[in-house]
Design a protein. Sequence first.
Length: 283
Amino acid sequence: MLKQRVITAMVLLAILLPALFASSPLPFTLLVLVMVAAGAWEWGRLNGFGQAASVATAGVCMALCGLAWQQGWVARDLRLLWLAAGVAWVLGSVALIRLGVPGWAQIPRAVRWAGGVLALWLAWLAVAQARAIGVNFLLSIMALVWAADICAYFAGRRFGLKFTRNKLAPAISPGKSWEGVWGGVAGVLLLALVWVFLDRHFAASVPSFYSQLARAGWPLLIVAAVFMAAMSVVGDLIESLIKRSAGAKDSSNLLPGHGGVLDRIDALLPTLPLAMMLTTLVY
């Protein structure tokens, strides 16, 4: 299992890194479009659709992304869209977690389907805009999720239930603890501070997400980092909730050893639009 995970990760990096650091944003934007389409196919399956309808879901998502691209949305000021997306993610996440696993099935399937397609479309548009800004900016947002996930994992293993009596959300994801969340938040805060220092030390031509916020004041940077770390956990919890409701361990087996595409990008779905929201609100 570990060998399979490592091989899959190496193959993905061999594809993703050259596209990410290409001189043009086009290769990475196209690659993410393919990944989002795969995630949309998985979304159809998680909502009980057959193969044809799941493939059609991927087609609809790709069409929406292509239309936004063709209309020049990647280069536009979309602060109202990002604000609406951010509010929807925060309020929607609270509502879904309160409903819990049983409540997911009570939502009309058409509404669930549309919500997932919209979330994937917004994530692609956020990636496209962030990559157009610059690699340093996009990479700093993605690294936030990785830092939160890695630090939460190790903090949870080392300190889980040592300071609190209850798990974070046992009915949704029994393995998560509050100590893990705190570890993830601490990791993101450290990452933000180090990245701002490195930006300034190397006089980065394209400021990172953290440096953009730091220009508006350190208090805002700290609050935003904590908020983003929390929302990365929320993204993971929501996918776990949906998979439990669907009776699925993974969103698919497209990525051997890792599950599906949605299993890899669940925390990015809320954080990418929220990062764009915070950036556009500051400037």
